[in-house]
Design a protein around this ligand. Structure first.
Ligand SMILES: O=C(O)CCC(=O)C(=O)O
Ligand SMILES: [Fe+2]
Length: 371
């Protein structure tokens, strides 16, 4: 049987969902799941203004809290981060305009391979029994740094508020460029906080992760209402590549994270950013920070949009456990891999219920002894 490609642009799910009287999920989306989860109000909240405060006690407190959050939950809510709410709103407006483009305009960005810097369309996932299903989600993914790639359309947006010129005109790429630049600055400060917390030398971290040329991915996901939310999934359980992922959403619930063997619904207050420790942070910290599994479930009533920025080390960085931590721990718990190879392998190879790339990189003590 010919294997199904992960990338494809058949029909936007939004178009399918808007089509008259869709009562059941077409079979190609069939993914039987249990979308219910526990509720949690205990996700750590990190005040970013404390991290950049002159007061050393506030700064130390924030560094300790970030370290603890990454170890215990792998997720936290970032507040007082300094990104203007108007810029976050403009980013939503911009991405919504993109999804509203005619199908033939978006189809130009249909991904052909994992290395395409702009990708758009449907995404097919294969499970361990070699069955393939399509995600209930439309997406756009861009490589945002060190080179910034962006579709030329929509050419101009009408956005009122926040310095968008006299006529309120601002170009799509400028909004995305500004949002990605700002989030990259925040991510860099968080990486510094983790390295302070683990007593790593700043020079060491900069040299290994090459943060000046950090590889940043921008993604936006649109999950249309789904007639049978337990028969389809927005994004199945996975972990993210990178150091820190930043996520904002349009106020509709759908993100769930795994904690202590249970799924929890995650919400975040308006204007905050949900941050999670990602795979390369877990590897680099030799397992101290946890890259936690999460998934996006869909609902019957409301369209959900999320905007995700994956902040990584440089594409060229060979990421393995930091040498000073390996020395302290007596052994490396993970093998090393060039970051860009990890990203692309994860895009095409990640399998539902199968071993994720992160798990494949874990070194068992038994393996070590055998070698
Ligand atoms: O939309 C969401 O809430 C989750 C998105 C996500 O996990 C991802 O894009 O990696
Ligand atoms: Fe994710």
């Amino acid at each position: 049987m010919a294997s199904v490609q992960p990338f494809e642009y058949d029909t936007a799910i939004k178009v399918l969902a808007d089509s008259s009287n869709l009562k059941a999920v077409p079979s190609k989306f069939n993914f039987i799941n249990e979308p219910s989860a526990l509720s949690s109000d205990s996700l750590p909240i990190i005040d970013f203004s404390a991290l950049i405060a002159d007061d050393p006690d506030r700064r130390c407190g924030a560094i300790r809290d970030i370290g603890k959050a990454c170890q215990e939950w792998g997720f936290f809510i970032l507040v007082n981060h300094g990104i203007p709410e108007a810029l976050m709103n403009a980013t939503f407006t911009a991405t919504k305009e993109f999804f509203k483009l005619p199908e033939n305009e978006k189809k130009q960005y249909e991904a052909k391979s994992a290395s395409d810097p702009i990708k758009c369309g449907n995404f097919n996932v294969t499970n361990t029994s070699n069955q393939t299903f399509t995600l209930w989600r439309d997406y756009l993914k861009l490589y945002a740094h060190p080179e910034f790639h962006c579709p030329l359309k929509p050419p101009v947006l009408r956005i009122t508020g926040y310095k968008y010129g006299q006529n309120g005109l601002k170009i799509f790429r400028e909004v995305l460029l500004e949002y990605t630049e700002r989030t990259r600055g925040l991510a860099r400060k968080l990486v510094e906080a983790i390295s302070d917390n683990l007593e790593l030398e700043k020079n060491y971290v900069d040299e290994v992760l090459k943060m000046d040329s950090s590889f940043q991915l921008f993604a936006t996901n649109l999950y249309p209402p789904c007639p049978q939310p337990d028969q389809a999934i927005g994004i199945p359980p996975h972990t993210d590549p990178g150091l820190f992922t930043f996520l904002i959403h349009n106020g509709v619930a759908g993100l769930q994270i795994e904690h202590d063997g249970h799924w929890f619904n995650v919400d975040s207050p308006q204007n905050s950013i949900l941050v999670n420790a990602a795979d390369q942070l877990e590897i680099f910290t030799n397992g101290r920070c946890k890259s936690v599994k999460h998934r996006a479930v869909v609902n019957k009533e409301r369209e959900r949009i999320s905007i995700v920025v994956a902040n990584g080390p440089s594409k060229e960085a060979i990421v393995g456990p930091a040498a000073p931590l390996v020395e302290k721990d007596g052994r490396a718990l993970y093998s090393s891999m060039k970051y860009i190879e990890y990203v692309e392998a994860q895009l095409v190879k990640s399998r539902v219920n199968g071993k994720q790339i992160l798990e494949q990189m874990m070194i068992d003590q038994d393996d070590e002894i055998a070698n």
